[in-house]
Design a binder for this molecule. Sequence first.
Ligand code: ADP
Ligand code: MG
Length: 707
Amino acid sequence: MTITLANPVKYLKGVGPQRAAALEERGLATVGDLLSYLPFRYEDRIRFTPIAEIIPGQVHTVLAEVTGGGGGTVRFARSRGPVFHVTVRDASGMLHARFFHGAYLQGRLKEGQRLVLHGKAEVDAYRPGRIEMVNPQIELVGAGEQASGDSTEVGRIVPVYEAIGSISSRMLRRIIYGVLTQFDGSVPDALPEEIRQRYRFPTRREALLYAHFPPKDESLELLNGFRSPAQLRLIFEEFFYYQLALALRRRNERREAGMAMRVREEKIRAALKRILPFKPTAAQKRVLGEIAGDLAQPHPMHRLLEGDVGSGKTIVALEAAAIVIENGCQVALMAPTEILAAQHYLSARRIFAPAGYGVELIVSGRGRKRAEREATLGRIESGEAQFVVGTHALIEDPVKFRRLGLVIVDEQHRFGVLQRKRLIEKGASPHVLVMTATPIPRTLALTLYGDLDLSVIDEMPPGRTPVETRWTADAQLPGVWEFLRREIGQGRQAFVIYPVIEESKQELKAATAEYERLASAVFPNLRVGLLHGRLKNEEKDAVMEQFRRGELHILVATTVVEVGVDVPNATVMVIEHAGRFGLAQLHQLRGRIGRGQEKSYCILVAPKTITGEARERLEAMVATSNGFEIAERDLKQRGPGEFFGTRQHGDAAFSFAQPLRDHELLELARREAFALAENPQRADDVAARLASLNPAWQKRYQLASVG
Ligand code: ADP
Ligand code: MG
């Protein structure tokens, strides 16, 4: 009987109903899916290290058998719980191995059992004359397993898979090996032949067979670096199809009829001059030029505006809005928090007042007067409201526009793909400008927002001095408060940030309690305000407005002030429990200060003894205030998915490829895909072929969507 890609996994040898369920849950329902599940590492089990030749401090793979005395035993270590000890030997010597939480091994590692151990060898901590491995990876080897061509365990380069549920790497290897021995060998390939030839990529069939069970003479270094020809091809194709989907979507958008704005230079320049409170930076001018160029096109703009916190994105957005409003269309600006929406509303009103534009604010109905809201909705529907600012409340059904010409999404990474889409659908192909203060390395921008054009504000408004960041232990707080008092004495304002609103079991200081304490005991002579997400809208607005007007000296807050809030006179930020916050979040918070001419200070309060990633975050904050550097570090620590808060977006598009690791292939694939899309007929053919060959991929690559 032969096996084809379409065979369901549940009928495979070695796969019972339970394992089938686990595989299916992982999205591996067919043999085709299973063969796409690739090893993440390879072990050389052709040449095992004889135990006598082990070099302490290095990683070795050893083939050995359990020595006498009935096999391994469990002993209890006071601090670590049960530890499983076993001694193994080969023809050359003996090796000791310890497994923490290894009680499950009892009875499995019997005397005479053959096994492969893979791990770092060390001089035994307790008996210096002996070599040991602590928590090595192990695999039992059956008595019959010889180093023959047929063994999946020894005598070859062995693929190591990430276990799926209770299905170990070894079981997966056996199942996949079993499939390949009966496989009919038919693997359709949607990658255009000329591209395959240009890069001398193997066919998909060759690549898959090779990646699971590489020939003996393949370089382990290439394999483990994901650089063997087979792996390169499999990585490339994931990027290629993804980029092709982006290229096709972009082509379709270009075909879509949009609203071409007349950008009459003199008139608009005069209007802008009248409304702008300051001289734009060169970067702001350049970026506005790019946006204006897009707005003049007869198809909708899809542009990402990227700029570090405080680089002045808002004003560029308002300028773009002015162009659109001058063309008789409406503009919607969506912001992730009510505080930020209210702030944008206020500055838009201030700036647009001389031009006489109708500016409105829409936040969720809670706590607002009904009649007022109805009236606002009416003015949006009639077109009287020309610039509408709001939270996600903007996408609710009752909000109807008369002629929506431009959608602006601020801090766009805080929104889901669908939320952005729903706002866009309130118009007929409006122009779209999304903004982010999360500086994205170019590679990642190509991956995640590859269907967007990119504008970058890479210059800060003049006269800024970088924020000075310090890391202080709890014990130093009295000194910190003293410093705050001095700054406030000079006319400045300060933020004090806490991780939670109310006290909880976690023993974290909470904003409400600390607010009481600071206001009554520490700063009895200063005006202290409190801001957190659970306040009513009116209360939030009132506090924010007081702070903005300088009527409050200190604002005690949670991360509600994280994005966007702009009070240039605030020059000090104290962040308590700083180790609790993510790096991007700390950077955003710090972005609230250093917005004016005066020097600003960010004080991170956390124990000096803090370790691990939290320590790295704080060190990064002290070391740099450059958003791009912070983003790169954060990316390394957390990976792209979490970083962007939209896990489904970039991550799910690739099962094997990794944008950061494989960025060269990504750029190559992007070039090829966009070149192919120049030939609409060919591109559609490739896409159709891909869709018919692999419906799962078709679904996957549709995920890529408007930023
Ligand atoms: P972000 O890019 O983080 O959204 P904002 O648009 O809030 O930054 O701008 C940050 C601050 O810089 C605001 O107070 C804004 O008024 C000010 N600003 C923006 N552009 C300029 C400029 N060209 N010259 C001086 N100040 C500017
Ligand atoms: Mg902003």
